[in-house]
Design a binder for this molecule. Structure first.
Ligand code: PLP
Length: 460
């Protein structure tokens, strides 16, 4: 296959993509497939001889879409969304066509400078004063980068050279509502799971600042070294928010760095009326939010805003001779801000997205999702034997059957076997609950109303 063949097949793929998206409402959100079924249809070894593209294409059509969970289905209400607005998909096609590495300014000047500009656009749109930042693949990487920086700063930049043996026991603090990516960061950064101190939350799910202060004091008294605090702005389980201002103030008073995980909820902050939920984020050292979740930038696209990028660059930056740009020491080389060296041109999809829908267009979608989630929660709570477990936090809520965990779990099984909608579960306050998040880019009020319809039909 050469680039002339690619011209032909790209057009074919574009037609298929449009038809695929138009067909989504007629498909079950999740495939009816057992583990191992799909792999059985593939040969054991790679082909020795080239195959015609038509054969490969036919196999794709025959095998793949029917074995996929359709994340762009308008009735996908599971996990969090991974939206891919058409304009961002188009940008991805262009980025793929150029297939450039955006690691140094000179390896991709437009990508580097566009990244600087769109981060500034987004910071202003979110009401953040952070004018600098970087695009990562995922929030997991952003949080790992922040935690590595916390570690190095606390160790006086010696961990990078000397390693951690002989270092005091490091302590990181987060609420019990934060995402497992914080646990992963603590593990990978050599801090250790046991030294990630999960601070208790109050009835609203917010970290108790007094408990945070007390934990830091107790750790210091025991000879341990606190390194930083991760605040939760929209937890994955039920959408919990810390009172960010209080948490960041404690961190600052204790001389610790703060990082806010707003991977999901951050997108909503383009609407001024929701910003009270993360009041104080503007004072944090680092904030992560994922436009690839709710905003509409195709995965992967995770933004980390930094009050001062210096400590992170000092932690992650390396400049061997083969990566130097002679005569241009002061330019931005984004590989020095992130864990991987190689980087995709991710700014392009944000540039397309923000221009094609405008902030007002994106706000309208998010406001609709929040309103429709509230309506869905009310409709479900009105059904016999159904109760709200957690009320809507933005567009995420959870519900259960009053008859208990086993009945609720069985109901979820019936809902997902039905296929018209897709929901997932969580545990909250010791209880099994069904999570509902509304946020798919193209969903309508009717799609969301389907949740109560399906549940009412499938009640025991
Ligand atoms: N933080 C929160 C609150 C999340 O909900 C998630 C994923 O759902 C993450 C972090 C991790 O995101 P990513 O998949 O971008 O690493």
């Amino acid at each position: 296959m050469n680039h002339e063949d690619l011209r032909h097949w790209s057009k074919h793929a574009a037609d298929w993509a449009a038809d695929y998206h138009a067909s989504l409402r007629d498909r079950p959100v999740r495939p009816d497939i057992a583990p191992g079924d799909f792999a059985k249809a593939l040969p054991d070894l790679a082909p020795e001889a080239a195959e015609p593209m038509q054969t490969i294409w036919d196999d794709f059509i025959r095998l793949v879409p029917g074995a996929m969970t359709h994340w762009q289905h308008p009735r996908f209400f599971a996990y969090f969304p991974a939206n891919a607005a058409p304009a961002s998909m188009l940008a991805e096609q262009l980025a793929n066509a150029m297939a450039a590495q955006a690691m140094l300014w000179q390896t991709s000047p437009a990508a580097t400078e566009m990244e600087v500009v769109v981060l500034r656009w987004l910071a202003a749109a979110l009401g953040l004063p952070h004018t600098r930042g970087v695009i990562h693949d995922s929030a997991t990487t952003a949080t790992l980068s922040a935690v590595l920086t916390m570690r190095e700063r606390a160790l006086g930049w010696e961990g990078l050279s000397k390693g951690l043996s002989g270092a005091p026991r490091l302590r990181l603090y987060a609420s019990d509502q934060t995402h497992s990516s914080v646990d992963k960061a603590a593990r990978l950064a050599g801090i250790g799971q046991e030294n990630l101190v999960k601070i208790v939350t109050d009835a609203s799910g917010a970290m108790r600042a007094d408990a945070l202060r007390a934990a830091i004091a107790a750790d210091r008294a025991a000879g341990m070294l606190p390194i930083g605090v991760v605040a939760c702005a929209g937890g994955t389980s039920v959408g919990a928010f810390d009172r960010i201002g209080e948490v960041v103030a404690v961190a600052r008073a204790e001389g610790l760095m703060s990082h806010v995980d707003a991977a999901w909820a951050g997108s909503a902050m383009i609407c001024t009326e929701y910003r009270a939920l993360w009041a104080g984020a503007e004072a944090a050292d680092s904030v992560v939010m994922n436009p690839h979740k709710w905003l509409g930038a195709q995965f992967d696209c995770s933004l980390q805003f930094l009050a001062d990028p210096g400590p992170q660059i000092r932690t992650l930056g390396l400049r061997p001779a083969y990566l130097e740009t002679p005569g241009q020491e002061e330019i931005t080389n984004f590989n020095e801000w992130t864990v991987p060296l190689g980087r995709r041109f991710r700014a392009l999809k944000l540039w397309f997205l923000l221009r094609a829908y405008g902030l007002e267009g994106l706000r309208a979608r998010i406001r609709n999702h929040v309103t429709w989630a509230q309506e869905a929660a009310a409709s479900l709570a009105a059904l016999p034997g159904v109760e709200t477990v957690t009320p809507p936090s933005l567009s995420l809520f959870s519900f259960a059957l009053t008859s208990g965990d086993a009945a609720t779990e069985a109901l979820l099984g019936r809902i997902n076997a039905d296929g018209r909608i897709y929901l997932t579960q969580t545990r909250h306050a010791g209880r099994y609950a069904i999570r509902v998040q509304v946020g798919q880019f193209d969903c309508t009020a009717e799609d969301v109303a389907m949740i109560a319809t399906v549940v009412s039909e499938l009640l025991p």
